[in-house]
Design a protein. Sequence first.
Length: 283
Amino acid sequence: MVGMEDYGQFETAWCPGCGNHAILKVVKKALAGLGLAPHEVLLVTGIGQAAKAPLYMNCNMFTGLHGRSLPAATGARLANPGLTVIAESGDGCSYGEGGNHFLAALRRNVNITLLAHDNQVYGLTKGQASPTTMQGMKTKAQLFGQPSLAFNPVAVAAAMRAGFVARGFSGEIEHLAGLIQEAVRHPGFALLDILQPCVSFNKLNTFSWYKERVYRLGPEHDPTDFAQAMSKAQEFGERIPIGVIARNDRPPFEAGVPGLARGPLAARSLDRDALRRIVESYA
């Protein structure tokens, strides 16, 4: 029987009140609820405050470069489909430095989950605007307000027909745990954008600000209906829907790669004679 305690308890470097604390707890709760032991899970991360989360868990973990969690997660999943692979990082890392990899992941539909801690600022580097910072918000680097429109990862993912698109909130623990479990179970790329307060640098999108606006999607919302999905994906402001926004049954990337039909690459032995012939063919 797997329990949250199997994933360990570690001292963190986050500010008191940071939404990352709740997300860390919920990830452990969700994985234990799925019956996944630590050795069956790989968490891949980049750089940032959110990217520290896997460091505080007892499981397989890989830290990549800033914005590069998804390529590493993709490679790990294709090499070893027996692992449950989760990329976990912040909005800056996932959508800014990692924006191109995010788009590629949506297209490919590899069976991995992206948990994006979205606090709408760069929390590690003292609060400058991130891709999801709301237009007009003032920061230490944008003294006259963020001039650009905010990037909407949920709308982009839904528009690109991602297999699973959801938004959660770190203040809705049980709801968020269920969303993480649904994302991990989905056979293809799953995006879960998680709203979370940065108490040090984001004085606009506070816990109470989110709490007043988020609402759970009910059974009347059909995530398989593209028009409904796009409508809810673009709703952000005075009302913010949380839950599964879009879903479809696109076949995962792995199904279209003949080389994987013989089993995981990680379990195969190296054919040195074949490698030698290939190398010699370039002589």
